[in-house]
Design a protein around this ligand. Structure first.
Ligand SMILES: O=C(O)CCC(=O)C(=O)O
Ligand SMILES: [Fe+2]
Length: 309
């Protein structure tokens, strides 16, 4: 799905764009099946009966199992071990390389597209079931930030877009995204390493937060400089999304210790990655390399700024 000139202009003016009905039902179903198979195996290991995807995930969560990292499509920002689990399967690879998403990314970035390794799944349980100290932005609400700010500074000039994919309807009740729309040029704001890396409230415009509900199969596009957060999930169900990122090939991703790949190339199509197992193996290799070296912080912010007191 190509973006119209109006949509492209709106994206640059606001810093975000909601696009409905992007992904076809077949791909969504294959992703669900892949995640159900994954959770089925995890549940077997934990001695939990299979009750269907969300009920089993709920039971695993209440029983205190670490279900998030084995389901994520990236390695963690903290210490990586030789056996840190993650998920890289064929249906997720089909999502990363889906023509529908690449056409959107090409509309904004041109025809030489790299899939960046800054990508996650977020399957968020009801907030009432979270531990009081749960801080992970992949499990609970996400604090205000700019995506530019949570990559390394070497990528500050990279042409990049975040593509946030709704696997379930996202609503203000279940924890959809909220943005602070651009009002002219947007600087990088300070971020503080609080329980999450977050923009201090006095650097945000009061009352500017704008919720972005989107139906299953739709996407939200975020400019790397747009401040955004997500709401708490105040429903009884799970809120499921993926956030993926595409950029112009040849620029730094801002997370060089994780693997990127060429998702589309007009000039050299033979360089496009087409084999999901090669993609999975690139993450396995990155894990082995990271496990052997000192931990690499995933962003630049430290708590000694006066703003963070
Ligand atoms: O889904 C969320 O909670 C936050 C997502 C986000 O910050 C992003 O996609 O960049
Ligand atoms: Fe973000």
């Amino acid at each position: 799905m190509t973006l119209s000139p109006d949509q492209i202009a709106t994206f640059h003016r606001q810093g975000y764009l909601v696009v409905d009905d992007v992904l076809d039902a077949g791909l969504l179903a294959r992703i669900e099946t892949e995640y159900a198979d994954l959770l089925h195996d995890l549940a077997t290991g934990w001695g939990l009966p299979w009750q269907g995807f969300f009920p089993t995930l709920h039971a695993a969560h209440l029983a205190g199992h670490d279900w998030f990292q084995p389901m994520d499509i990236s390695l963690p920002g903290d210490r990586i071990r030789p056996d840190t689990p993650f998920h890289a399967g064929p249906a997720v690879f089909d999502l990363l390389t889906s023509p529908a998403l690449l056409d959107i990314a090409e509309s904004l970035l041109g025809p030489e597209l790299t899939s960046t390794p800054i990508q996650h799944v977020r399957i968020k349980p009801p907030a009432r079931d979270l531990a009081p100290d749960e801080a992970r932005a992949h499990v609970t609400g996400t604090s205000w930030h700019q995506d530019r700010a949570v990559a390394h500074a070497e990528a500050d000039a990279t042409d990049m877009v975040t593509v946030w994919v709704a696997m379930t309807d996202a609503t203000p009740e279940n924890g959809c995204l909220v943005v602070q729309p651009f009002e002219g040029a947007q600087d990088m704001l300070p971020h503080c390493p609080l329980s999450q890396t977050a923009i201090p409230a006095d650097h945000l415009r009061p009352g500017a937060a704008h919720p972005l509900p989107v139906r299953r199969g739709g996407v939200v596009l975020l400019h790397p400089m747009v401040p955004h957060a997500s709401l708490d999930n105040r429903t009884d169900g799970f809120r499921w999304s993926f956030d993926l990122r595409y950029q112009k090939t040849g620029q730094p991703t801002g997370r060089a210790h994780f693997p990127e790949f060429i998702a589309r190339s007009q000039s050299a199509p033979e360089g496009e990655l087409r084999d999901w197992q090669v993609w999975r193996d690139s993450w396995i290799d990155a894990r082995a390399a990271c496990a052997l070296r000192d931990h690499i912080p995933i962003h630049r912010w430290t708590s000694d700024s006066p703003l963070c007191a």
